[in-house]
Design a binder for this molecule. Sequence first.
Ligand SMILES: *Cc1c(COP(=O)(O)O)cnc(C)c1O
Length: 378
Amino acid sequence: MIDVVTSSPSPESAPATLTIDLAALAANWRLLRDRSGAPDCAAVVKADAYGIGIEPAVGALHQAGCRTFFVAHHGEAVRVRATAPDATVYVLNGLLPGASAAFVRDGIRPVIGSFDELADWAEASRDAGRRLPAAIHVDTGMNRLGFQPDEVERLAADPRLGAIEPALLMSHLTSADEPEKPASRLQVEAFDRARAALPGVPASLANSSGHFLDPTPAYDVARAGYALYGGNPVPGHPNPMRPVVRLEARIVQTRTIPAGTPVGYGGAWTAKAPRRLATISVGYADGYLRQASATDAHDGGAALVAGRLCPFAGRVSMDLIVLDVTDVPEAEARRGSVATLIGDALDIDEVGRRAGTIGYEMLTGLGRRYGRRYLDAA
Ligand SMILES: *Cc1c(COP(=O)(O)O)cnc(C)c1O
């Protein structure tokens, strides 16, 4: 069951270890597939599969039955293709000038959201002597990428659309995690108008949180990212997903300090009473954001030591964090003891919240210096 796939740096010698549960990843994909009811449940694996590693993530998802993947960049698509040669791979961030040849060569589908991109892909199709597949992105409210609503009629009449194969019609929800807002309903309506203008093209709208809207805008291809990796798609409600990522560091040193002692850079945190401290080898260079620093003015991040919540003391440094382990019995918080930074009560959403951000940012920032252990999906 436990399989060490990546060994650089080796989990045995690394001062902090990331454990990635590929069985949980596969279970999360199955849950989302069953929940969406869409014929095809795709996986969004951009940003190195939200930090957990494209190759192991795609390997486990492919083994579970996933055959459609979305990434942000062409280079990420190439890595998906290498791991899952029979997969359909879409690049969400579109087609920059001069990029089509590489897409054609590697059999990767761009997501097209402008007439200029359409022109490039139509030309690539002419050169290839066949209609090359691509997704069409219509903007329904994000105002970021995609054809604007008032461009869709013109798009439908554009002969260049006939020169390519529109394999998917997609849009992206801005506020699926806030179902009380009218935004998702309005986006679904705008998306249905675009579908009516471009009939017969399979459609895709639901991101992670979109799977939990009622009704679920499942269409033909569901498109989840964050929830696959254990993030909570229904903020404020119990998380239906299994945790995938666990981050543990071992205590390097401990010390006891009297009241009034400052800790860390700038002396930004001062002990209000005698405290026992423990230092671990994780810092902002590992993606543990400095915004999680604890100062006299506000609380920051925390770790679990022997099941007890231990708040950070002072600023997060480049390579080190100091924990207040006063409430942990001395024998359980000493040199070599394990501190859990992500896992159990400190799920990825809570870790993001304590750093003043969202779990997505903590996940995608997971550092390169951690030892990585992959628990096999098999
Ligand atoms: C990132 C992204 C997704 C996945 O969103 P999650 O909230 O992580 O599920 C889906 N579609 C598009 C266009 C995206 O950019």
